[in-house]
Every structure is written in C-alpha cells, then in structure tokens.
Design a protein around this ligand. Structure first.
Ligand SMILES: [Zn+2]
Length: 353
C-alpha cells in the first residue's frame, strides 16, 4: 500500500551517493564490537553518541573513537558494511556508494589496505546476495592527515585494484584543510583512471573551495557545496555543466548555526534546487544524524518545500551522478521513472501501489 507520503517516499527507488561507512554503525553493533574488542569506550559513552540533544557528541569525534578503539578485525568491517546496506535496502535504496577512510584504520588496526578493502567488499557482497542492494566503495582522503597519506592511499588502491572501487573522495574537517593540499593525490587518482569527488563548501567554508575542487582536483561531482550560492558565476557554471551535488538535510553545521525557527527558510538546500543546481539528498551519517533515506527525502519536501516532481528530478540526478556503467544507468532511469510515476499515481489515487 502507498497510503501515506512516508510510505510513498520509502518505496521510491533511490541511490545513495554520500554516506560514510563509520556514520552508519548501529548502536547495538557498536556496543557488541566494543565489548568483544576490549575497547576503552563505555556503554554510556556509546549511548551518548546516539543522542542529538543540546550538546551532541561531534560525529567526527565518534569516527575517531571508532577508528582508534572499536574497529579492529576484518569481521568488524564486513559486518558494518553489510548492516548499512541492509538498513538502506529497507528504504528502497537499490545502489549505494560508500565513503570509507582507510588512513585511520591502517594506523590503528594493524591490517593491510588489501585486507581492509577486501573485508568491506565482502560485506557489500553479503548485502547484495541477501538484500538485493548493489554498491560501490569510495575510499576517501582523511584531510586532517598529511597530504602524503592521501597519496599513499591512492597508491594502495592501485595496488589492490577492484572494479567495485571506482574512485576517491575526501572528507573530515575541511576548515584548515582546503582542497589544494591534496592536489597530488587527486592527480595520481585521475592518472590511474579513478573517478573523483570531494567534500567542499561544508562547515561554512567559502565557495573558493568549491571552485578549487572543480578546477584543480577536477572533480566530477561535489559533496555539500552549499557556499556555491555565494558566487553567482560559480553557481551558473555548475548549473551549465550539470554538476551533481550531494546535499545533506541533516548537516550539523546549519543545525548549529542557523536559528531553529528560520533554519528551513535560510538553509542553502532550499535555494540550491531552485537555482537550477542538480542536487541529490543523502543521509551522510544516518546513525548519528538519527535519520534514514525516507526521512532524508521527506525533509526535502517538508522542510525545504520541494514537490514530488522535484523529487523525481533528484532521483534522476542521483543516477546521473552515480559511478555506474552507462547501460545500467539508462536502464535504471527508464525503469525507475516508470516505477516512480506508478507509485505517485497510486498514492494520489489513495489506492494500493
Ligand atoms: Zn559527508
């Protein structure tokens, strides 16, 4: 039945292009893993990670705790990859690109890059078999680490080349770590034939970082990029070039800095789509943002005033931004559009879908 809007939004086919593996860990899983790996992290501390109150624990701090103390074995990585995809598949995500930062894991687990990548890929294969969801892995540069570590990551990817690992991204704290620091790693990645994307214009960082990501890193799509709106010429360029931008309704920077009463009115996401930018909504860190794909897509309507027709466009933007074969992309565009229209018709008629 497609008897309410939430049911409809849960059932529309989706890709997820911007979700961090460490941002998806279930609470019960983290507790069990911390116990079995003898982590210093207490149950109360883990409880606090999953509360978004007045003073929430920062997501990046949670990631560092996971990296340094909780995630230890190949089985841990395999499990969290599979569980994320199981959770996403329950919201009709049919294909997900998973961001994963190897740098901290290499430092703290004693496992090799090849072992870590194989473990995550094994979890992805488990999920495809058990839940019918396809996925790719996007190793991401830890921009708080030295640029040499980023270049090393790309060389390790080349040495463990796998078709399920199509490209690279970059994340962690953008402030003080602008894109130009990582030009070498991006050049190596492009030279090796990897696709490239980047977090830029997050944390209120200026539009210049978006421009640098496009010009110097030569990214094909952008993550966040909210401050692109501060430069009309750059906005026009992104519109003209059809750059897909993954946006995150639950992004903590705007929740923290905009007054709650005006948040939805003043949030850049409200203006980005209306400016003609090709946006696509994503959960980013669903476990800690207390969200899921259905709520994320619902926020685009309820908070930012987009219509079902707009959501249809976002669905297609996601497929255009996905690093998949063109034949599959075309087939999915065709099938998913028909499915979307059928679901919306059933919803509008109040009939079984
Ligand atoms: Zn992100």
């Amino acid at each position: 039945m497609v008897d309410d809007l939430q049911g409809l939004l849960r059932r529309i086919p989706k890709v997820e292009l911007h979700c961090h593996l460490l941002g998806t860990v279930r609470k019960a899983t983290m507790k069990a893993m911390a116990a079995r790996n003898g982590a210093r992290t207490t149950g109360d501390e883990i409880e606090a990670f999953y509360i978004r109150g007045e003073k929430p624990v920062g997501v990046l701090a949670i990631f560092r705790e996971l990296e340094a103390h909780i995630l230890k074995t190949p089985a841990d990585f395999r499990q969290i990859a599979c569980e994320y995809l199981e959770d996403a598949a329950a919201h009709t995500v049919r294909y997900a690109e998973i961001y994963w930062n190897p740098t901290g894991n290499l430092l703290h687990t004693g496992l090799s890059y090849a072992e870590l990548q194989a473990a995550v890929l094994a979890g992805m294969a488990d999920a495809e078999r058990d839940f019918g969801i396809a996925s790719s892995l996007i190793p991401s540069i830890d921009r708080e680490a030295p640029p040499e570590d980023a270049a090393r990551m790309v060389r390790l990817m080349v040495a463990s080349r796998d078709p399920r690992v199509p490209g690279i991204g970059i994340d962690y704290r953008e402030t003080g770590n602008p894109p130009e620091k990582f030009a070498l790693a991006y050049a190596l990645a492009r030279e090796a034939g990897f696709r490239v994307t980047a977090h830029a214009g997050e944390f209120g960082e200026p539009w210049n970082n978006v421009e640098t990501a496009l010009d110097l890193l030569q990214v094909e799509r952008l993550d966040h990029a909210y401050t692109v709106l501060d430069n009309p010429e750059l906005t026009a360029r992104c519109v003209r070039d059809g750059i897909v931008i993954t946006v995150v309704p639950t992004n903590s920077y705007y929740l923290r800095t905009l007054d709650r009463a005006e948040w939805a009115e003043r949030h850049p996401i409200r203006r980005m789509g209306r400016a003609g930018l090709r946006i696509h909504p994503n959960t980013d860190d669903p476990a800690f943002h207390l969200t899921d794909p259905t709520r994320c897509w619902q926020s685009m309507m309820a908070d930012f005033g987009y219509s079902l027709a707009d959501l249809r466009g976002f669905m297609l933007n996601g497929l255009d931004g996905a690093w998949i074969e063109d034949g599959l992309r075309d087939a999915w565009k065709h099938e998913w559009s028909a499915e979307f229209d059928r679901l919306v018709a059933a919803y509008e008629a109040g009939a079984p879908g």
